[in-house]
Design a protein around this ligand. Structure first.
Ligand code: GLU
Length: 287
């Protein structure tokens, strides 16, 4: 296996905005400065939330910024892998069917475990949930040091509408694809304990996790919902200089007229000196 294999795993719910470009750059720089491979995995498991053309836009945007990948995959093509992982967890007795919605669970959480588990095969209109055995998981985060987070009680592996849940798919893929380093935004910190619970149940070794600060505007993560504009793929150098600025790094004479290769080289040389990656968030300044 390759000693370092990282990945960027965007969901194609819209074009990349500045926050997701920032995320791509950090995971790319982390991989490349460790002489590692960097893979792109399009997380297209939720068709109702997807936007036509978003995957193509994301890939075009990465290429336009010189972020070249060593492998490309689509979660929609990994259904058998998820089915297989789910079956292994069922065989371990770690899964039950449950008809409760999130709302039901909030209102009768205490009774949930005694009342509702159904046999997996007879269950119609049920989510399949993982039986959490540990209340918290700890890990050594590459950016944040020791972390300890609670596991969400009996989280969903396959939804009532039979779509695969993110937690199952991401672990099955990271394991099968030999991902050694997961470098992603701090908004996913509370998913990591659930993922560690699945690694533990499957007796798979977990990758190293590193969570960097996310870009926010008015205290909210940039997203399609809060109208973050798409990255302008015609201005890759200016966008990458904006990433450098948001990392709190000096531009050292680089300007929007600099060559793309020079800006990427600067990022690779200096990103590790960024004083802000271990913060919770980085406020977006208008440039
Ligand atoms: N697909 C997830 C997202 O776009 C990221 C998953 C991950 O990096 O683990 O938020």
């Amino acid at each position: 296996m390759h000693p370092y294999r990282g990945r960027f795993a965007p969901s194609p719910t819209g074009p990349l905005h500045f926050g997701s470009l920032f995320a791509a750059v950090v995971s790319w720089a982390h991989a490349r400065s460790h002489q590692g491979e960097w893979h792109v995995r399009i997380e297209d498991l939720d068709p109702p939330r997807e936007q036509p053309g978003a995957s193509e836009h994301i890939l075009h945007c990465l290429s336009a910024h010189g972020l070249t990948w060593d492998g490309l995959s689509y979660q929609s093509q990994h259904t058998e892998r998820y089915q297989h992982t789910l079956q292994s967890l069922i065989d371990l007795g770690a899964v039950y069917a449950c008809p409760c919605s999130r709302k039901d669970l909030n209102s009768h959480h205490a009774q949930h475990r005694s009342d509702c588990p159904r046999p997996i095969n007879s269950a119609q209109d049920c989510a399949l949930r993982f039986r959490s055995r540990t209340a918290t998981h700890d890990w050594r985060d590459g950016f944040r040091g020791h972390q300890s987070f609670p596991v969400e009680q009996d989280f969903v592996l396959r939804r009532r509408d039979r779509l695969w849940a993110y937690q199952l798919a991401v672990v099955a893929d990271d394991h099968a694809q030999g991902i050694t380093h997961v470098v992603r935004g701090a908004d996913l910190l509370n998913s990591t304990p659930m993922q560690l619970a699945l690694y533990h149940a499957m007796a798979w070794s977990a990758p190293e996790f590193s969570h960097f600060a996310i870009i926010t505007k008015d205290h909210q993560k940039l997203s399609k919902q809060n109208h973050a504009p798409p990255v302008d793929t015609q201005k890759p150098v200016a966008n990458l200089l904006n990433v450098v600025r948001h990392m709190g790094l000096p531009l050292q004479g680089l300007t929007p007229k600099s060559a793309l290769g020079d800006v990427l080289h600067h990022l690779l040389e200096h990103w590790q000196n960024s004083p802000v990656l271990s913060a919770n968030d980085i406020c977006q300044a208008d440039h």
